[in-house]
Design a protein around this ligand. Structure first.
Ligand code: SF4
Length: 291
């Protein structure tokens, strides 16, 4: 019988990130969320799992750093200080260079054995600076006059009996009292991975947190590559379906904590980008490295 730390039960909640990892590989989900919460284990190195979970994916690095920089700038706006495009670009460049220096210890693919590619860092530096220009030149002028409510803050709310966690990039309000829920996207604007589920969860949270009806909320994905703002509207029926999905997901994820319930789903490319490839006996990362 697996014994988990008390904090696991106290903080256990559904999130879109958990949903994604569950779909990607259930064994990776196990290491990431169950393994690190075990009181003891004969087979797993729990402290090592805790370290590995902090590695960042190379593919997600640009997005992570852009979010960090924009969070900082919007924080300045909230404090009544001016935002600075130049300051944002300097901060972004410094962060990319920090990761370049520590690539082997901080980025999954390099930690797992891939040869460090300097061109990768040059590319994300150039692309990220373009996206910051897009934010300041095209996106922010459309948002800056809306009333600021909050940004980049974790929050929990109830979906039926399940706790869900959200972290919305930017929440503001129009003059006619409509809430605007904005999420920055740093990938291509045809990236469609279950955006409805992600943004629909934000709408559910906003309805509860601000006591609004769905028609009083404007939700949008903002693509920093192209400046496209994609709006979403949800009917009550669609939101009910999203709630059902969250509750069902959470129940399935927590049915048992036996490792056999979390089968590995190896694939060379996926395993090379997995935080747990160095401890997972099913990893096919080596096959990807030998290609
Ligand atoms: S190394 Fe591959 S099989 Fe193992 S947990 Fe990661 S993705 Fe799953």
């Amino acid at each position: 019988m697996v014994e988990l730390e008390d904090w696991y039960y106290r903080y256990s909640a559904w999130s879109f990130s958990k949903h994604r990892l569950w779909d990607l590989c259930k064994r990776a989900y196990y290491y990431r969320y169950i393994g690190i919460a075990m009181k003891e284990s004969e087979n797993l190195d729990i402290p090592q799992l805790k370290k590995l979970k902090d590695l960042n994916s190379r593919f997600a690095l640009q997005g992570k750093l852009i979010h960090e920089v924009l969070e900082n700038q919007i924080g300045q706006h909230y404090l009544g200080r001016g935002m600075s495009e130049n300051g944002a670009k300097i901060q972004y460049t410094q962060r990319v260079e920090q990761y370049r220096k520590k690539a082997k210890e901080t980025l999954i693919e390099y930690f797992n054995g891939e040869t460090i590619d300097e061109k990768f860092f040059d590319l994300i530096r150039a692309n990220g600076l373009d996206q910051i220009s897009m934010f300041f030149g095209v996106i922010w002028p459309q948002l800056k006059d809306l009333e600021y409510l909050r940004h980049e803050k974790f929050d929990r709310f109830k979906v039926g009996n399940v706790e869900a966690i959200v972290k919305v990039d930017y929440i503001s309000k129009t003059k006619d009292d409509k809430l605007v829920v904005s999420d920055w996207k740093t990938g291509a604007d045809n990236e469609e991975y279950e955006s409805d589920l992600q943004i629909g969860t934000y709408v559910l949270w906003a309805m509860e947190n601000y006591e609004k009806e769905p028609e009083e909320i404007r939700s949008e994905l903002i693509y920093l590559t192209t400046g496209v703002m994609r709006s979403y509207e949800f009917s009550v029926k669609q939101l009910e379906e999203i709630k059902r999905k969250i509750v069902e997901d959470f129940e399935i994820m927590n049915k048992t904590y036996d490792i056999d319930y979390f089968p590995p789903d190896p694939n060379p490319k996926k395993c090379l980008s997995c935080q747990f490839a160095t401890v997972c006996p099913h990893s096919m990362a080596i096959e990807q490295l030998n290609r």
